[in-house]
Ligand binder design. Structure first.
Ligand SMILES: [Zn+2]
Ligand SMILES: [Zn+2]
Length: 373
């Protein structure tokens, strides 16, 4: 992805509509099936290309280039990058850098694609065409940006997809191009994007991760294991995302096959403590989860009630210190925060630390609100 310095300046947050045109055209190309018809040969090609390239997305873009959950020799590394980029989801350097940013700020305000802050459509697809996401922060992916062959693929990011499209046309004609290539490319787009959107909205939470990531078996099936997204946010270094035997993870099974063939090695697995959900949360996750827990209380309303019940407001400078010792019925107690945690959060041995932090945050916010009055 290149940054054109001659482009007229636009405000942050603008969606670059001209850049979205090829993306829309790829969708429209799928309608070509009206004229080419749908042959079994082309349909089989489409399904095969979907599966092979989904492995490029999950085993390549995600588990290798973004998270380095296993090691690959240099030739296989190039193959993974080429296969991933044949999906036309930009370069592995762009994809990896953006994804690392996502994990750094997941569902915080700086997250580039959080349904919580930006809405579902933007988190699904809009962010890709946002001017502020156009360039690649190579410093975030300098471990791979040092390979000239990956930099070349970065510069000519669409070449793998164009070569594949031509091969589809050469082997199966127009229906091979439309059904085999375009249908599978569009399906891959939306299956991948669903992990950024749906997997942060629908599903179950096994782990406290301080974000909205979810486990969703339907998504896991169509994305070859990526739907175990709450597992993944809980332990990103793991090559395996389905932590239970029944959590199917085709990408992991394929990587096991690659390991047998000597193509990959050093596959990182989650420690037993993580598998059993007995690990202590980091301070960062505790703080994020506590902030969300505190935010589940309506501070404005509670502050208004407290203000109404006080005949005279104490001096604002001493208010925060005094608030904790006040026995007002309207101030949420630690037990109430604990009850909210039981309702909203998954099981974790760090739950007391989350509740204590959330309770302190809540009192702090209440103190500020009342002092503002
Ligand atoms: Zn990830
Ligand atoms: Zn995520």
């Amino acid at each position: 992805m290149t940054n054109d310095a001659n482009q007229p300046a636009a405000e942050d947050g603008d969606i670059i509509y001209p850049h979205a045109v090829p993306f829309v055209l790829v969708h429209l190309a799928c309608l070509g099936a009206i004229w080419t018809g749908v042959t079994w040969q082309a349909l089989t090609l489409g399904v095969l290309l979907y599966c092979a390239r989904m492995f490029g997305v999950t085993g390549g873009y995600h588990r290798y280039f973004s998270h380095r959950t296993y090691k690959a020799n240099r030739a296989f590394q190039f193959f993974l990058a080429f296969l991933a980029q044949s999906t036309a989801q930009k370069s592995v350097l762009w994809w990896g850098a953006k994804h690392r940013h996502h994990h750094l700020y997941s569902d915080g305000e700086e997250d580039i694609h959080s349904p919580r802050h930006t809405g579902f459509f933007y988190s699904h697809v809009g962010w890709i065409f946002d001017r502020k996401n156009e360039t690649t922060d190579l410093a975030k992916i300098d471990d791979f940006a040092r390979y000239p062959e990956l930099v070349l693929l970065h510069k000519y990011e669409l070449v793998p997809a164009i070569i594949l499209a031509l091969l589809c046309f050469a082997t199966a004609g127009w229906s091979g191009l439309v059904i085999g290539f375009f249908w599978s490319t569009v399906a891959l787009y939306h299956a991948t994007f669903c992990i950024n959107s749906l997997a942060h909205v629908h599903g179950t939470k096994r782990y406290v991760t301080g974000d909205d990531s979810r486990n969703n078996w339907i998504l896991a099936f169509f994305t070859m294991g990526e739907g175990w997204h709450n597992n993944h946010h809980a332990y990103q270094a793991s090559v395996r995302q389905g932590f239970r035997w029944w959590e199917i993870d085709f990408t992991y099974y394929l990587l096991l096959g690659c390991k047998k063939l000597g193509l990959v090695s050093d596959m990182e697995l989650p420690p037993q403590a993580v598998l059993k959900n007995e690990h202590k949360l980091t301070a960062r996750v505790i703080n994020k989860a506590a902030a969300d827990l505190a935010a589940s209380f309506d501070v404005e309303q509670i502050a208004a009630r407290i203000r109404g019940s006080l005949p005279t407001l104490p001096d604002s400078t001493e208010l925060h210190a005094r608030l904790a010792s006040l026995s007002l019925p309207h101030v949420p107690t630690r037990d109430e925060v604990s009850a909210a945690a039981a309702r909203l959060l998954a099981r974790t041995p760090s739950i007391d630390a989350v509740i204590d932090r959330a309770h302190a945050l809540l009192l702090e916010k209440l103190g500020q609100k009342i002092a503002q009055a």
